[in-house]
Design a protein around this ligand. Structure first.
Ligand code: PEP
Ligand code: MG
Length: 593
């Protein structure tokens, strides 16, 4: 019988595939003492399992032809299976401690992961999760003979695609595992604005996040339906459930094909108010898709993706190359380069970050830049040099005081004069904007509006910090509502500050890419929206069905009402019937009376 697990909609869409489980607990193995006579056979069993695990990993790698990052990760795993340190330790547990091979693997992996977890080198610390994955893979290779494995891989479901099921995925994992054969993500951690969800939406892959204990509930090879529209997964679906999911998936695909036909039309409301829709991108290739979707350039390039999962920062030239390719792909439209936002849930092994009790409130983004000015200067030099290629604007994240913004400006001007002195042609000083995503900056928006070239509201963090809710927390996700009246008030005051000082204001958090909250933003005075590439067509269509006066009416309600539930109810009542198809993927819009 099938079972249904409820999670949080991380990224819309419906996909069906076989589960590839990363992060099954290692603790399920029974402890068994060996008779000395059994030892040689047990050593041989371990060796055979090692070979099988390696073969299986290499088989996955060969299915990921065009994804170099995933290749590198899985190749590294295949090497780790063979690691001499691991082998010595497992052999010792078998020969000296006289434990069965599976238990010995568990012990050896635990020891290694603990050692790595304690390492002072953050790169090694991050890798401790990988060694656990390798251990899980090894354990799965026991007890299965080749025929069984072959049957799973080459049986009647030969070309069935994979659903990645994990406790958590780093932004690099998410981006890296995208391939034609990985069609959806499911994680135990995360919320709608955690980076797994953001990346999945950017890559247009359905994702359900925050599913409690999913790595225990799902086994490797189970068939799973991932319904990113309803936020559920169905394990071992019945033929009936499978058929229904296939129909819904086809409808969702047809809808996105329909929406794609509007990509060349201007973005405006039903009553004709012109709007600007830009794209948020994480990897340069997305910029091409953004352009194809009709986005007016890139409103947020999360440049920190260049820094993650590597032992040293990228060179100035490497960075310049990435920026230049994004600029080229949007054919002259603006590109907003955000200086790296590392720390918080975007932990980068590149930097020696201290272990903090509250990383979200710690050494993150501009604070990290101040701690590593030489890296920041090089980063800014690459950004400034890229101005020669197009309409580049630079933006500073996580700013909580004017002093931080002024320091960033000082660094940008130093980078500019340095590169000019070296003979690089930088035609103009790039506009330097600020992200308003910390409540103190929102409260002081009028001061920022005087000094910054533009302000971009990061609603993901603004909600997290205003409501004191960890954006990655599954259990508290219900508190982090974009409809909370406190958020509307802050956004309105930022918009007004921008208007008073002729400082353009945009929104680049997830509120801009969600049909209902985008309508609220419209009513609050926002005219420029930047969102994941996958949301552009949907938001363009949303606005085509909405009048400004209606949006203003709901924004007014947000000021008069006192709770998120009340505000959300008003927004839904006004817009849900006509946006029903976009919100649920179920049916055509409901006719309004
Ligand atoms: C935000 O905080 O809303 C934002 C756009 O930045 P990020 O999600 O990368 O923190
Ligand atoms: Mg942010």
């Amino acid at each position: 019988m099938s079972s249904i697990l409820q999670g949080i909609c991380g990224s819309p869409g419906i996909a069906i595939g076989r589960a590839v489980v990363i992060g099954n607990p290692l603790g399920k193995v029974n402890r068994r003492k060996l008779d000395p006579a059994e030892i040689p056979a047990e050593l041989a069993r371990y060796e055979a399992a090692t070979q099988r695990a390696k073969e299986e990993l290499r088989a996955i790698v060969s299915g990921l032809d065009d994804k170099p990052h995933a290749h590198a990760v899985l190749e590294a795993y295949a090497l780790m299976v063979d690691d001499p340190l691991l082998k010595t330790s497992v052999n010792r547990w078998i020969e000296v401690e006289k434990h069965a091979a599976e238990w010995s693997v568990t012990q050896a992996i635990e020891e290694l992961a603990q050692q790595m977890g304690r390492a002072t080198d953050p790169y090694l610390r991050e890798r401790s999760r990988d060694i656990e994955f390798v251990g899980e893979h090894l354990l799965r290779a026991f007890g299965r003979d080749r025929e069984q494995l072959a049957a799973t891989k080459h049986g009647s479901e030969e070309h069935e695609q994979s659903v990645l099921v994990a406790r958590d995925l780093s932004p690099a994992d998410t981006a890296g595992f995208v391939s034609n054969s990985v069609v959806a993500f499911v994680t135990e951690r995360g919320s709608r604005t955690s980076h797994t969800s953001i990346t999945a939406r950017a890559l247009k892959i359905p994702a359900v996040v925050g599913v409690t204990d999913v790595t225990r509930a799902v086994s490797h090879g189970d068939r799973v339906i991932v319904d990113g529209l309803r936020g559920i997964i169905v394990i071992d679906p019945s033929p009936e459930e499978l058929r229904e999911a296939q129909v819904r998936a086809e409808k969702a695909r047809a809808r996105s094909r329909d929406l794609a036909t509007t990509r060349d039309s201007a973005s405006r409301t039903r009553c004709g108010v012109e709007l600007v829709l830009r794209a948020n991108v994480e990897v340069p290739e997305e910029a091409k898709e953004a352009h194809d979707e009709g986005a007016l350039g890139v409103g947020l390039y999360r440049t920190e993706y260049l820094f993650i999962d590597r032992a040293h920062p990228p060179t100035e030239e490497e960075q310049l190359q990435a920026f230049a390719s994004v600029i080229e792909m949007v054919h002259g439209a603006p590109v907003v380069l955000r200086t790296f936002d590392i720390g918080g849930d975007k932990f980068a092994s590149t930097f020696k970050l201290p272990v903090e009790l509250n990383p979200m409130l710690g050494l993150r983004a501009i604070r990290l830049a101040e701690a590593r000015p030489e890296v920041y200067l090089e980063h800014l030099r690459a950004m400034v040099r890229s101005c020669a290629n197009g309409d580049v604007r630079i933006m500073v994240p996580m700013v909580s005081s004017l002093a931080e913004f002024r320091w960033a400006k000082h660094m940008m001007l130093s980078a500019l004069s340095q590169v000019r002195a070296e003979g690089f042609d930088v035609p103009r000083e790039p506009p330097l904007g600020v992200m308003i995503e910390v409540p103190s900056a929102a409260i002081l928006a009028d001061h920022f509006a005087r000094e910054a070239a533009f302000m971009s509201i990061g609603t993901n963090d603004l909600i997290q910090y205003t409501l004191a809710v960890d954006r990655a927390s599954r259990n508290l996700a219900y508190l982090a509502s974009p409809f909370d009246p406190s958020i509307s008030r802050l956004i309105r005051s930022i918009v007004e500050a921008g208007q008073r000082h002729q400082c353009p204001v945009s929104v680049c958090g997830a509120m801009a890419g969600d049909p209902l909250s985008a309508c609220l933003l419209l009513g609050l005075g926002v005219r420029e929206f930047s969102m994941e590439v996958g949301a552009i067509a949907e938001i363009r269509e949303t606005f085509r069905r909405v009048d400004l006066e209606e949006a203003r009416t709901v924004a007014k309600a947000a000021f008069e009402l006192s709770t998120a539930t009340e505000v959300e109810a008003v927004v839904r009542r006004m817009f849900e019937p006509r946006l029903h198809d976009l919100l649920t993927g179920d049916d055509d819009p409901v006719e309004e009376t």
